[in-house]
Design a protein around this ligand. Structure first.
Ligand code: DX5
Ligand code: ZN
Length: 216
């Protein structure tokens, strides 16, 4: 499956968002982490920053909603014309309906699982999904260490997906060091914040990520 590299602007210098985004012209999408300080312990930013990102790049947006009751805000975020909207499995009481709501807005529907959340349950909504995000850290902060036990979860997720055209995204502690094992386990979509924006040459770093991922 097609490899997707999505730098997360959580690790970018937000006072220079437009120029930060120019450092990653070869990314496939820009990953945007919305945090509400309730679903996760941290507050990042909301719709105004999403809109600013949308005005600052031609690259498609991938919005990762780490918020309670995301179903209340889907229309607002969809108005920024992202390619993907991802909600957390643990934050949504009626997942199938929420996924359908996202697709009805003309956006790809993603669902994210915290490290301890089993894959069980997703098998009944696979036809409603475009992307599964296996969190490889506990969500809420950038710059955390990758949790190695998530490699087996990625493998299990890959076999659950089977022949379906569902993207398998990983997020948290993804770098040139952790990417090869993740690619081999079956991930096709790689989010990286501190590794990319902390690199001296983010564009080159993305190129290296892509070539390792393609060997996966
Ligand atoms: C964590 C966020 C990530 C974060 C990743 O809750 O979902 O997208 O930006 O940051 P790094 O790549 O630094 O672990
Ligand atoms: Zn994220």
């Amino acid at each position: 499956m097609h490899i997707i590299i999505s730098p997360s602007i959580l690790a970018a210098d937000l006072s220079n968002l437009r120029s930060e985004l120019k450092r990653v012209p070869n990314a496939d999408r820009i990953h945007i982490d919305v945090m509400d300080g309730r679903y996760v312990p941290n507050i990042s930013f909301g719709l105004p920053v999403v809109q600013a990102a949308q005005r600052s790049t031609h690259l498609p947006l991938d919005i990762h909603l780490m918020i309670e009751e995301p179903q209340r805000y889907l229309g607002d975020f969809a108005a920024a014309r992202p390619e993907v909207l991802t909600v957390h499995y643990e934050a949504v009481p009626h997942l199938q309906g929420t996924l359908r709501q996202i697709r009805d807005l003309g956006v790809k529907a993603g669902v994210s699982l915290n490290p301890h959340t089993p894959l069980d349950g997703l098998q009944y909504v696979l036809d409603d999904l475009d992307l599964i995000l296996v969190m490889t850290v506990n969500p809420g902060f950038g710059g955390q260490s990758f949790i190695p036990a998530m490699l087996q979860k990625v493998r299990d997720c890959r076999s659950m997906i089977g022949p379906r055209q569902i993207e398998l995204q990983v997020d948290g502690g993804v770098s040139l060091e952790t990417l090869p094992d993740l690619a081999q386990a079956g991930a096709t979509n790689f989010v990286a914040g501190s590794a990319v924006f902390g690199a001296e040459n983010p564009k080159e770093y993305i190129e290296q990520m892509r070539s390792l991922a393609e060997q996966g």
